[in-house]
Design a protein around this ligand. Structure first.
Ligand code: NAD
Length: 282
């Protein structure tokens, strides 16, 4: 159902790789709600993904930008302002990647060059986007910036590896920049801490299928889907949330407030019947 919540609003959506991507669902919903936007992704993702299909559907232009490159971001923002005929109202940062996770290096034996890359792509890029947008005065007063996070920023999850550190930094950047951007331009900056979601980035996490099952059993409302995450993003881009800023907003069916649930206990009990010795962590 459409409510015209973003009628007349303009924006940039980072991170739609394919139709599983959270950013893809946000773009579809934003289009339904009347927004106009530019889609962007890293050059390699434009070659490998299916973003043009989405662009056609949403009547959006696609501009390549590596979110770690200030030059690319400057070009993206100036081109966007040209296309839109002025400033924009919202930005979705839906970017994450860890070369250490990809290559299977464990947290206690990280490759530091890769660790730096994880932080640059998954966290510092939010600072860069905000910094360039502010310098170029690209966002209207009362605009809204949303980045996607995960509860591993607060708690330790086996297999989430250096992405946990990236998410902790990402959430901190949202607070620190949210203060400055809010004070000067009334622009809000928030992170949404989303349930595990079966996407390309999500499925790269070790033991992801078990994590998603565990989290489903632990959450009173069940895991939040990518579509539901998109709905939440729309509310944050809309004028209905103008005083929400510098927050990490859990969108996880209640998971982050749970300790143990009946459904998890019932599953755990089954394992007592034939419980093998607990192996060392891999
Ligand atoms: N899937 C989950 O379980 C889950 C849970 C919580 C939060 N998140 C977060 O949601 C966001 C979106 O991920 P997703 O799950 O939709 O997966 P996805 O793989 O569809 O999206 C990740 C995107 O990051 C982009 N990206 C990587 N390096 C980039 C770079 N240098 N410059 C620009 N873009 C780059 C990729 O091209 C891709 O489009 C990420 O921040 C992710 O950490 C995902």
């Amino acid at each position: 159902m459409s409510y015209n919540l973003l009628k007349g609003k303009k924006g940039i959506i980072f991170g739609a790789l394919n139709d599983k991507s959270i950013a893809w669902k946000v773009a579809e919903r934003a289009h339904e709600e009347g927004a106009e936007f530019v889609l962007t992704n890293a050059p390699i993702a434009l070659r490998m993904g299916t973003i043009n299909e989405l662009a056609e559907k949403c009547n959006a232009q696609v501009i390549a930008a590596d979110a770690t490159s200030l030059e690319d971001l400057e070009n993206l923002i100036s081109q966007t302002m040209e296309i839109m005929g002025g400033k924009i109202d919202f930005i979705l940062h839906s970017i994450g990647m860890s070369p250490n996770v990809r290559k299977g290096y464990k947290y206690d034996e990280l490759k530091y060059e890769m660790y730096h890359k994880t932080l640059d792509i998954s966290a510092f890029s939010l600072h860069k986007v905000l910094s360039v947008a502010r310098r170029m005065d690209a966002v209207n007063d009362w605009g809204s910036v949303v980045a996607l996070s995960y509860v591993a920023a607060q708690r330790t999850f086996f297999g989430y590896n250096d992405m946990a550190d990236a998410k902790a930094i990402l959430e901190s950047i949202a607070r620190s920049f949210g203060y400055i951007y809010g004070r000067d331009k009334k622009i809000r900056v928030n992170t949404i801490s989303q349930s595990p979601t079966p996407t390309t980035a999500g499925s790269g996490v070790k033991g992801f299928d078990k994590l998603i099952d565990y989290s489903e059993r632990m959450s009173p409302l069940g895991n939040a889907t990518a579509e539901e995450c998109a709905d939440y993003c729309i509310t944050l881009f809309s004028d209905l949330t103008r005083k929400v800023t510098m927050q990490n907003l859990f969108h996880d069916g209640g998971f982050s407030s749970m300790g143990m649930s009946l459904r998890a206990i019932q599953q755990y009990e089954k394992s007592f019947e034939e419980c093998p010795p607990i192996p060392d962590e891999e």
